[in-house]
Ligand binder design. Structure first.
Ligand SMILES: *Cc1c(COP(=O)(O)O)cnc(C)c1O
Length: 435
């Protein structure tokens, strides 16, 4: 028996894990050029070619659309802005329902509220962890206008099944691909699987420009509306530039700076290499952690290329004889934080986010003022009570089964990975002490 670190024993590791740094000399050189030009944003909010942004932004959009083989790419200042703009562009309005998964980053499910629409939560699939098309179909009403699918943790949505439903009921689909740049589904790139896709360039994503987002679509009319919403919309329309109708043309400022675009252009050229490194690391960690009997991986789907934003795995409390949370706390105590993220602790997490229908914004209906708008909107006319929403698959993942680790980022060495395995095995072998 070895004494576990959580009970005062010696830790497996005392050195931090390596920081995830993708920025290098080339980004610095490009930023320097932009800085020296003095033009840090190229946008003009007027009827002018610069309505579409500066040189860097437009070059980025061109390169992004070629890389992903999609007709239109629209750069914005975050994926959150991208999702908001996407819902505006498809014409979502008060009282419309948008079906969303409860297991995602909050921006996905908040987006419908921006247009006074109602998010309706569909449970996730226990294998892909993405929205379950069978659950989506059950929730469709005459008010349903759209579905937002999220390529969660880098795993593609079941786009074919969702598209069949959308076609049958005349719905739009938006793909939140923030966690899946470079992932593939049946040979097609994630982000381009449905009507509109949104990528993130936030610091925590596979590639980044600090903050930033890219929207893609093959639909010209949608592309036009997206560009309008990005840059003050109808306040600057002209005869040439305006789309055929002007619903939702509330103008926001979702514009990307030239600095961010310059960085993102370099980052895009690095994506393939970074994903290849990440894949190798994931394979090695999978091997290490599955040497422990209470840990298993989610079954691999056919014809899917996952890019592992994080690595999810399943904990079996019956096999372990101790709870997931107790076991993982003990594993974390054996390990160390990640450089530059000292305050965040060891990057292994139980359960991801609490299913999002539990957020006060839904439970207490406090989105707009204290009048329960948009849930009480006369155009809605229903009485949705989120305290009654319950997605059993998602709840079980959150409460008992799912563990994930961010320690899959390029820069992790074999020794770093072996330490993870050692920590899991030490806790497994000494689990009696945790009972
Ligand atoms: C990160 C993330 C977002 C938001 O991205 P930002 O660029 O930070 O706004 C949206 N959806 C998902 C699934 C994400 O992981």
């Amino acid at each position: 028996m070895q004494k576990l670190a959580i009970q005062g024993g010696k830790k497996i590791r005392t050195k931090p894990f390596p920081a995830h740094i993708t920025i290098g000399e080339e980004e610095i050189a490009r930023v320097r050029e932009v800085m020296e030009s003095g033009v840090l944003s190229g946008f003009i909010g007027a009827d002018h070619p610069r309505f579409l942004g500066g040189d860097q932004v437009r070059a980025l959009e061109d390169e992004w659309s070629k890389y992903y083989d999609v007709k239109y790419a629209i750069a914005v200042n975050s994926a959150t802005s991208g999702l908001f703009a996407a819902l505006g562009a498809i014409g979502i309005g008060p009282g419309d329902e948008v079906i969303v998964p409860p297991y995602t980053m909050s921006a996905t499910v908040v987006a419908p509220l921006i247009y006074n629409a109602i998010p309706v939560f569909a449970d996730i699939d226990p294998i892909t962890l993405c929205i379950d098309p069978n659950q989506v179909e059950k929730l469709i009403t005459k008010r349903t206008k759209a579905i937002i699918g999220v390529d969660l943790f880098g795993h593609p949505i079941d786009a074919d099944a969702l598209k069949a439903i959308a076609q049958k009921h005349d719905l739009f689909i938006i793909e939140d691909a923030a966690q899946a740049p470079g992932a593939f589904y049946k040979g097609k790139a994630c982000g381009t699987l449905v009507d509109i896709g949104v990528y993130s360039l936030n610091y925590h994503k596979h590639i980044h420009s600090g903050e930033g987002g890219i929207i893609v679509t093959n639909n010209k009319e949608l592309a036009q509306k997206l560009r309008m919403i990005r840059n003050h919309a109808e306040s600057v329309i002209s005869k040439n530039a305006s789309p055929s109708e002007l619903i939702n043309m509330i103008g926001f400022n979702y514009r990307m700076t030239e600095i961010e675009a310059a960085i993102a252009r370099v980052q895009l050229t690095k994506l393939k290499g970074l994903l290849e490194q990440r894949k190798q690391i994931v394979h090695k960690i999978e091997k290490e952690i599955t040497s422990v009997p209470c840990i298993s991986l989610l079954p691999q789907q056919e014809d899917v290329e996952n890019v592992h934003y994080v690595l999810p795995f399943i904990f079996d409390e019956e096999v372990a004889g101790v709870s997931r949370n107790t076991f993982i706390e003990a594993v974390k105590a054996e390990l160390e934080y990640t450089e530059l993220r000292e305050t965040e602790g060891v990057k292994i997490t139980c359960g991801y986010v609490k299913p999002l229908y539990h957020l006060p914004i839904f439970k207490n209906q406090t989105a707009y003022g204290d009048v329960k708008c948009p849930f009480s909107c006369p155009y809605y006319g229903e009485a949705l009570d989120y305290t009654r929403v319950y997605a059993p698959v998602c709840e079980e993942m959150y409460e008992k089964k799912l563990v994930l680790t961010e320690l899959v980022t390029p820069g992790m060495t074999d020794e770093d990975i072996e330490d993870i395995g050692k920590a899991f095995r030490k806790v497994w072998e000494n689990r009696e002490a945790l009972r």
